[in-house]
Design a protein around this ligand. Structure first.
Ligand SMILES: [Zn+2]
Length: 462
């Protein structure tokens, strides 16, 4: 069943209302990469610490409100045939006790990713004002929990404003029209300009800012923006930079479960040699929601992610390629109306990953975005015993391979910026690489360091 569903998703070019995340696979319009610097072919930027980045994307989470319960009857107004779930039997709340349990379990295992906070979930109430159905104290406690235990390991994204009806930013109320054109998931963004989309995104981003939640990126609800991909990308940059001052805004809109690359896409890069470099990064998921569905009614399967022996399934396939392996789920499906079906699948997936691989590195979406921006936008110039970098962005864990260096191995490897310098220490195995260390693989020098913004230099043999 999950397989045929996936095939259906790949084949689906039109906006389908059958699932919130279905239309992510639609691609249209031309998104531009922008500038690229000169890079020396004898210098390769590798994955951070030579590991494969992993990240967990959680959609449709917010404070207390079970989005599925409230959204289904609203979706059904537009597409009655596609939303026949008995939403009344879904709980109206996903409790904070589950948020705590989940995030503590993840924190103990070093798991990182993205956690949505839908700012005005299904028009129930704004998280920065009143959340009808809960007391002020419950609402405050829920926000505090997010600040304390989610923010350290997870990026916070809005998923537009309501994830259901479009609101009028001038009044703060939903538009009266009940058509796909006035639903965030469906057709509102069609034909709109960068500025119009950015204004709408800014409304969502400000609500998160009002409650002290930092934000470097956006998640698109369902089919939002899939006919205006260039505008979506640029609007993300504009809104996230304006409202939250993020240096490298990013967004989650695409996921692929076929052979399409799932490497992040660094878009609209400009001003690389100025004090104000710009770019926006598209973070790409590599799985469908095979946990518990977006509504918490469709149980997934561990084996579709990874088999018991760690050899088969979608995750080993992407890990083999060395591309960031970014899993996608929905919060109501993890909770699964209290049965925690999705969470239990996730636990087993993590157990299998950690048992079978020792080269994985959990990262937030923003950390992956930064790494890929630095990887693609840092210029390198190799000379006899040095490489000079010109970096628009700083990057911790920057890991490079300098090919075929012919020097005795006991010579000094060091990093220089201005009048500061740092000597690196050697490690015995690639797995031990961390910032400030290096490793020889044959004649190649692999060095890991915290790349400084601006000009800097790696030296060897002197
Ligand atoms: Zn969503």
């Amino acid at each position: 069943m999950p397989f045929s569903r996936r095939q259906f998703l790949q084949a689906s070019a039109a906006v389908s209302a059958s699932a919130l995340w279905t239309p992510r696979l639609f691609a249209a319009g031309e998104v531009l990469p922008g500038e690229r610097p000169v890079r020396d072919p004898r210098v390769v930027v590798e994955n951070p610490q030579l590991r494969v980045p992993l990240s967990f994307i959680i959609d449709d989470s917010t404070c207390l409100v079970n989005l599925a319960h409230f959204a289904i009857p609203q979706f059904a107004q537009v597409y009655p045939e596609n939303y026949k779930q008995d939403w009344r039997k879904l709980p109206r709340e996903i409790p904070d006790s589950f948020v705590r349990k989940f995030s503590e379990w993840c924190h103990e295992r070093g798991i990182k990713g993205k956690y949505s906070i839908v700012p005005f979930p299904a028009c129930v109430g704004r998280i920065d004002r009143e959340l009808p159905g809960w007391t002020r104290a419950e609402q405050e406690a829920s926000l505090q929990l997010v600040r304390d235990i989610i923010v350290p390991d997870w990026d916070i994204h809005p998923e537009m404003v309501t994830h259901t009806w479009i609101i009028d930013p001038k009044t703060g109320h939903p538009h009266p029209e009940r058509t796909p054109k006035f639903m965030e998931n469906f057709r509102w963004a069609d034909g709109r300009s960068v500025d119009e989309i950015a204004e709408y995104m800014a409304y969502a981003l400000k609500i998160l800012k009002n409650v002290g939640l930092p934000c470097e990126g956006i998640t698109t609800p369902g089919g939002f923006g899939n006919r205006v991909l260039p505008e979506l990308s640029q609007a993300t940059f504009q809104a996230v930079r304006d409202v939250h001052g993020a240096e490298i805004p990013h967004y989650f809109r695409h996921l692929f479960t076929d052979n399409t690359s799932v490497a992040p896409r660094v878009e609209y890069a400009s001003g690389l040699n100025t004090e104000h470099p710009n770019c926006v990064v598209s973070i790409v998921g590599c799985t469908g929601d095979w946990f518990g569905g977006w509504d918490g009614l469709e149980p997934g399967q561990t084996g579709q992610f990874i088999s018991m022996d760690g050899k088969d399934g979608r995750l080993p396939e992407v890990i083999q390629r060395g591309e960031p392996t970014i899993l996608v789920c929905h919060w109501p499906g993890l909770y699964y109306n209290g049965e925690e079906v999705g969470f239990n699948i996730f636990k087993e997936v993590v157990a299998r990953l950690h048992a079978n691989y020792d080269n994985l590195l959990w990262m937030k979406n923003s950390e992956i975005a930064r790494y890929w921006a630095a990887r693609e936008l840092t210029s390198s110039k190799r000379e006899e015993s040095s490489v000079t970098w010109q970096a628009p962005y700083a990057c911790p864990q920057f890991t490079v391979r300098i090919k075929e260096i012919a020097v005795p191995r006991n010579q000094k490897i060091s990093y220089h910026r201005g009048d500061q310098s740092q000597a690196f220490t050697p490690v015995e195995r690639d797995r031990d690489l961390k910032p400030g260390t290096y490793w020889w693989e044959g004649a190649d020098l692999v060095a890991c360091f915290s790349l400084a913004r601006g000009s800097s230099r790696l030296e060897w043999g002197r």
